[in-house]
Ligand binder design. Structure first.
Ligand SMILES: Nc1ncnc2c1ncn2[C@@H]1O[C@H](COP(=O)(O)OP(=O)(O)O)[C@@H](O)[C@H]1O
Ligand SMILES: [Mg+2]
Length: 231
């Protein structure tokens, strides 16, 4: 956001005002899902990711943890082109994020060079000590008309641990591997001419650890949904 004062009102708007100014929702709320709104004010566009209008224990107890996870990852990745800037923590349940003028990867027909730029971006995110952890579905990869890739949605991220923390760093490496598998999957699906033999082998292999991690993730999500729907 340019520092010209015109959009400074975005820094003080309340939750209700932000929702009233939304021009589009990328996503409407579910029991365990945020609302993700595109807010426009004085020609400035920002994204409002918000669990704040949810009811029940998920919105009360879990949402602040998820928002903290997202915001802290965006801070750790600040000024990396392709990762949106954290603009403002509205409160414990909502954040304002820089708008990436882009569309989900599967809706675009990115040039080959965009795939290389995306791999470099994900490698840089890893180099800064963050594994994304939720790239497999492809919905968190965006790309603009010029082929600039973006990565959004850092709720599932894992941070690299201290050197001595071998167990944690093993977990971090699994998440880095899952991110790399997601890139392989993207190539195989949308740009098969760019997929290498290693990409295909990687997807076929999908070791027991990755399967276990997926099963745990899916079970947790299912249980969370069931419990949340009881509120
Ligand atoms: N900063 C952003 N700029 C542009 N679009 C975004 C941005 N953040 C999210 N989106 C869009 O909104 C969708 C949902 O947001 P996301 O953060 O992925 O929510 P969720 O955690 O519920 O998946 C994304 O898949 C993307 O299409
Ligand atoms: Mg997402």
């Amino acid at each position: 956001m340019p520092d010209d004062g015109t959009a400074s009102v975005l820094m003080t708007m309340t939750r209700d005002q932000l929702h009233a100014t939304a021009i589009r929702y990328f996503k409407t709320a579910g029991p365990t899902e945020p609302e993700v709104a595109l807010v426009e004010r004085d020609g400035h566009r920002v994204v409002f990711k918000d669990y704040g209008r949810g009811q029940g224990w998920f919105a009360r107890l879990v949402a602040p943890v998820l928002i903290w996870r997202e915001a802290s990852a965006l801070e750790a990745l600040a000024s990396l082109p392709g990762v949106p800037r954290l603009i403002r923590r509205v409160d414990a349940r909502g954040v304002l994020i820089e708008y990436c003028p882009a569309v989900p990867w599967g809706q675009a027909r990115p040039a080959d060079a965009a795939y290389a730029r995306l791999s470099a971006l994900v490698a840089e995110i890893h180099a800064r000590g963050i594994a994304h952890g939720d790239l497999r579905g492809g919905g968190n990869f965006l790309v603009d008309d010029s082929g600039q890739p973006y990565v959004v949605d850092f709720v599932a991220r894992v941070r690299r641990g201290r050197t001595w923390n071998i167990g944690w760093n093993w977990l971090f490496a699994q998440f880095v591997g899952a991110d790399d598998s997601a890139l392989a999957k993207l190539r195989v699906k949308h740009a098969p001419h760019l997929a290498t033999a290693a990409d295909r082998a990687r997807l076929a292999r999908r070791g027991p650890l990755e399967r276990l991690a997926r099963t745990i993730g899916e079970t947790v999500r299912r249980l969370t949904r069931q419990f949340a729907s009881r509120d």
